[in-house]
Design a protein around this ligand. Structure first.
Ligand SMILES: [Zn+2]
Length: 127
């Protein structure tokens, strides 16, 4: 994780709460939930490329959903908080919290994975 004091200056309080303190934005509140334009999603904290719009799909879950991340861009951590067994997804470059990944839900995607990512952790760069 980059210097937290530095991030506090560059991120909004909501972005800081999610990226640094591993919070979750309210469902259906994020600015990218229903964006499907072509482009690239980068990390809001450090600018690293994380997801491509070609892997984004509408999971109707209230958060931007992707079926794959860019190769080597994210890291996975077991997360047993809130009494659930989940897999946390973070940015490799800065360690910022992005969201969680779920598998085997029977989604009609090439990987049957759902990266459930907070909009505030991302920045969309339209092609
Ligand atoms: Zn990052």
């Amino acid at each position: 994780m980059k210097n937290k004091e530095e991030l506090k200056k560059t991120l909004t309080p909501e972005q800081y709460q999610v990226l640094v303190e591993k919070g979750t934005e309210a469902p259906f509140s994020g600015e990218y939930d229903s964006v499907f334009d072509p482009g690239t999603y980068t990390c809001r904290a450090c600018g690293a490329e994380l997801f491509d719009s070609t892997t984004k799909f509408d999971a109707h879950c209230g958060w931007p959903s992707f079926y794959d991340a860019k190769s080597g861009a994210v890291e996975f951590h077991e997360d047993d908080s809130l009494g659930m067994s989940r897999t946390e997804v973070t940015c490799v470059n800065c360690g910022g919290h992005l969201g969680h990944v779920f598998e085997g839900e029977g989604r009609d995607t090439p990987t049957d994975q759902r990266y459930c990512i907070n909009s505030v952790s991302l920045k969309f760069n339209k092609k």
